[in-house]
Design a protein around this ligand. Structure first.
Ligand code: XMP
Length: 507
């Protein structure tokens, strides 16, 4: 399959470039700047990302781009553009002030193929501390802005471009057009990366890879593991066994509802009610990290015990997705790899790992789910933390507190659905401040009960998040309903912290 390689120099927007390319129905891989795949016949073009460094910093990431230029069309974005300009004899200097925000293009070569379809004064987004003062002699300028002389250039007679602005961000209003011009017209993408083609090729590959082997998969009720399960089921049918563990701290009726959904989808699922084990192990535990560790270890115990009953299992499948695996560079130059798996189980049980979604971004996973015929309420489900309501009850956990929180949370989530707000937020839930009590009055009675906090955030990747500006009327209604209907709660607060400095979860 044709692919674009995006070489990452550490910019915060590198993943966004990847998503934009995928939106053009073109497969791409994001790799550290020094890990170009030399012998990959499918590469059709290269994009060099931005970077937090200056090209003349001692620690800056350097790359000899000549071999790339000799073989592929290359587009340098921000640092990528500065790097090429500097390498070929241009001059990059600190800009007087950091350029940050909107700017408008003024043309020197309006008909350049990279800018096909662009308007006069097209708006772009700048974010850089350096500027290309002089471009190399063998390059020519395509556009400038009121403050940036060389906002875009091309190497004479070569398929090599540099842009000082960020076409991948929303505020570059014709940025997608630029990327389309590069990816489709210049690199020649056939635009054959779609959810339908992904399903078809992945099912065929899984059949080939797994043959008659048995596979086990841990379901969480979340989107990624559910889509992975349906995809595998399409490939190997009943040779896939799914295990769904109820640790007792799921949402109200979640275990039963999700089990029913899975059964309707034709999945072979074992549901394990292990709530008694988890409640007993968590008895009296207050410290958030201890709660997480107990639940993580307990989950592995239960999963392993069930998995051992499945004779001849050779593979452990997981819903790992692309952002979990991207090796992104941080500014210290270290490569960070965060690859989630079920706590070392594959090695311990001698299982091979199967990760059919490992190339997909979250929105693509949802599209694949849709393609597989999964219902919207499963595909669009908000993320939910593995330790569940345990990290949303501040203080020690008891079955009674879980019940109170489940009821409050259910009113909030159901309310979001009824008011068509559910899909507007990334994630929402209620938190029980179980060690805090306040005085209230209900009817003629004094109450002395716990508060519940409501949390709803907007986000694109959970790395950063903002509190959702839900309508006051909605919040008022939910607050009333919770206080009137949930015994044990007499006060409702709305969390207006963003991440950072807060996190999405409270523990
Ligand atoms: P924070 O609270 O770190 O959460 O801002 C970011 C995202 O991760 C989810 N989250 C978890 N998911 N196991 C999970 O599977 C966990 O232990 C866990 N902790 C947080 C959180 O719900 C949010 O979507």
């Amino acid at each position: 399959m044709q692919k674009i390689i995006i070489l990452d120099f550490g910019s915060q927007t590198t993943q966004l470039i990847g998503r934009r390319v995928r939106e053009l129905d073109t497969f791409c891989e994001i790799l550290p700047y020094n890990k170009f795949p030399e012998n990959d016949p499918d590469v059709i073009g290269v994009i060099l990302s931005g970077s937090p460094f200056s090209v003349y910093d001692e620690k800056a990431f350097h790359l000899d781009v000549q071999p790339l230029i000799d073989r592929y069309p290359v587009l340098g974005i921000c640092y990528g553009a500065q790097l090429m300009a500097q390498l070929f004899g241009g001059n990059v200097k600190p800009a007087g002030t950091r350029e940050y925000g909107r700017a408008n293009l003024q043309w020197f070569e309006k008909e350049n193929p990279l800018f096909k379809g662009f308007d006069e004064g097209s708006q772009v987004w700048m974010s850089h501390g350096d500027t290309i003062v002089d471009i190399p002699q063998s390059f020519h300028r395509i556009a400038s802005t009121s403050t940036v002389q060389n906002a875009a250039y091309q190497a004479d007679g070569k398929k090599v471009w540099g842009v000082q602005f960020h076409p991948e961000v929303f505020h570059s209003t014709q940025g997608t057009q630029l990327l389309r011009n590069f990816v489709v017209d210049i690199c020649g993408s056939k635009q054959d990366w779609s959810s339908a083609s992904f399903v078809e090729t992945t099912v065929a590959e899984l059949k080939q890879q797994l043959g008659d082997d048995r596979v086990i998969l841990g379901l969480s009720g979340g989107v990624d593991s559910s889509v992975a399960a349906v995809l595998l089921n399409r490939a190997i049918g009943d040779k896939l066994t799914c295990i769904f563990v109820d640790h007792g701290m799921l949402r109200k009726n979640e275990f039963q509802n999700v089990m029913n959904d899975y059964k309707c989808l034709g999945l072979n699922v074992i549901g394990v009610d292990a709530s008694a084990k988890f409640f007993s192990e968590l008895d009296g535990v207050v410290e958030p990290e201890r709660k997480r560790k107990i639940i993580g270890a307990g989950f592995i115990d239960v999963f392993e015990a069930e998995a051992k009953k499945i004779k001849d299992a050779r593979w452990l499948a997981q819903g790992t997705i692309y952002p979990d695996r991207i090796e992104s560079l941080n500014i210290t130059g270290k490569t960070i790899k965060s690859h989630h798996n079920v706590g070392g189980l594959p090695e311990k049980m001698n299982l091979k790992l199967c990760e059919p979604l490992k190339w997909l971004f979250k929105d693509e996973v949802r599209r694949v789910g849709k393609q597989l015929g999964m219902p919207d309420h499963l595909i669009k489900r908000h993320p939910f933390p593995g330790p569940g309501l345990a990290v949303r009850i501040l203080g020690a956990i008891t079955p009674e507190k879980v019940r109170v929180l489940q009821d409050a949370d259910d009113i909030f989530i159901q309310g979001l659905r009824d008011w068509n707000l559910y899909d507007e937020v990334w994630q929402a839930g209620a938190i029980l401040l179980s060690d805090v009590k306040s005085v209230g009055v209900m009817g003629d009675e004094r109450t002395y009960e716990n508060p519940v906090a409501l949390r709803a955030v907007t986000s694109t990747d959970a790395m950063t998040a903002d509190w959702a500006k839900l309508p006051y009327e909605f919040l008022a209604k939910v607050s009333n309903d919770i206080i009137n209907k949930v015994k044990g709660v007499n006060r409702v607060c709305y969390d207006i912290s963003s991440k950072p400095p807060a996190t999405i979860e409270w523990e």
